[in-house]
Design a protein around this ligand. Structure first.
Ligand SMILES: Cc1cc2nc3c(=O)[nH]c(=O)nc-3n(C[C@H](O)[C@H](O)[C@H](O)COP(=O)(O)O)c2cc1C
Length: 365
């Protein structure tokens, strides 16, 4: 697949970005690998009762409809997050809604939760029952829903027997008002209902970990609230972060930066990693963090772990570097463990948190 990507990249990058993505999914369905790779045991991480063969996962949004989880595991990811899935199928915003900022190695999207809905995604996951590899489901609310909390609860109920974990996604910038669910009172209510549904489902099957995915655009006071409520309610992990609505000064593409939507990829790295480190300080090891945003190299991946992430995810860098990046990151991680005489990636978690403390958030905007 690495060679195929190298050959196909010039063509894919001349196409409309959304068509290129759909073609990629199609190619993966036809020609993608079908079984997870065997990882170096030193990369293994056990958390939440799950055994991750390596700490690098595919972030939500690439495989919104669970069409290619096994192919992505086969490319070397240690886990794959499908979704965001909403109860009812949804078209999302009108096209164009996906933009490449090639000089910045970044992406802007304003998809707005286009997805096939619970029923279809559920059928796809049923077809892979018994297959190896960890697949999580990221759940969301329909745009027109009159009871958003209930949409999340429905997601947890629907996927309880098939998902290895759940992510409650309240941080997409493309569904109006969704990010207000990060406010203390609404979040408390959402987590209470979601965890209750998860626990209810666990009476008839395994107890699945529940993660919360947040935006990088929270103020530190808002982050205080999110962490406080998350600790009190007892979620299993925070995923930091989703895309940003900010347009950092560092962006070169002056035309594309005007497109509305969430920015991801390389320019998101400093802001999302800063927020991760701030969350790490506040969480005080009550639960692990999952770091995502702008990882595009082994160095960036290790930096994310050192800023507080026990697991990491990426998406946008695949657009520019292709699947070879996955092995590059795993190789770099092993080299680092060898160099420092460490036995697990977890030994690196949080080592550089203090360095991030020297930089105010404003310096990354
Ligand atoms: C095209 C696109 C679609 C996305 N869709 C979702 C989504 O449906 N749900 C979600 O939680 N995150 C979504 N994300 C955010 C990613 O999961 C990730 O948090 C963000 O892109 C930062 O990581 P990256 O810089 O490695 O891409 C999407 C990102 C992109 C680029």
């Amino acid at each position: 697949m690495t060679l195929l990507f190298k050959l196909a990249k010039p063509l894919l990058h001349r196409m409309d970005p959304e068509n290129a993505h759909n073609l990629t999914i199609d190619m993966l369905k036809r020609f993608g690998p079908h079984a997870p790779v065997v990882d170096d045991p030193r990369l293994g991480v056990s958390l939440f009762g799950l055994n991750f063969s390596n700490p690098l996962g595919l972030a939500a949004g690439f495989d919104k409809n669970a069409e290619v989880p096994d192919a992505m595991l086969g490319l070397g990811f240690g886990f794959v997050e499908c979704g965001t899935v909403t109860p009812l199928p949804q078209e999302g915003n009108k096209r164009p809604r996906l933009f490449r900022l090639a000089t910045d190695e970044a992406v802007i999207n304003r998809f707005g939760f286009n997805n096939h809905g619970h029923d279809i995604v559920l059928d796809r996951l049923k077809q892979r029952v018994g297959k190896p590899g960890l697949v999580g489901i990221n759940v969301g609310a329909n745009k027109d829903s009159t009871d958003r909390v209930s949409d999340y609860v429905k997601g947890i109920r629907a996927f309880a027997s098939l998902a290895d974990y759940f992510t409650v996604n309240i941080s997409s910038p493309n569904t109006p008002g969704l990010r207000t669910m990060q406010n203390r009172e609404i979040l408390d209510d959402l987590l209470a209902w979601s965890l209750n549904e998860r626990d209810e489902a666990a009476r008839h099957g395994p107890k699945r970990p529940l993660f919360l995915k947040i935006a990088p655009d929270l103020s530190l006071q808002e982050l205080d609230d999110v962490v406080d409520v998350s600790r009190k309610r007892g979620i299993d992990a925070l995923i930091i972060s989703n895309t940003t609505v900010k347009r950092p000064k560092s962006l070169h593409d002056k035309r594309m930066r005007l497109e509305s939507g969430g920015l991801s990829g390389k320019p998101l790295y400093p802001l999302s990693t800063k927020m991760l480190s701030e969350a790490y300080i506040r969480v005080e090891n009550q639960f692990p963090l999952i770091g995502v945003g702008g990882i595009d190299s082994a160095r960036a991946a290790i930096g994310k772990i050192e800023a507080g992430a026990s697991l990491i995810q990426l998406y946008s860098a695949l657009v520019y570097k292709g699947p070879a990046l996955i092995n590059e990151i795993k190789k770099g991680l092993i080299e680092r463990l060898e160099k420092d005489g460490l036995s697990s990636p977890l030994d690196l978690v949080g080592r550089a948190v203090e360095d991030w403390g020297n930089w105010p958030i404003e310096s990354f905007l």
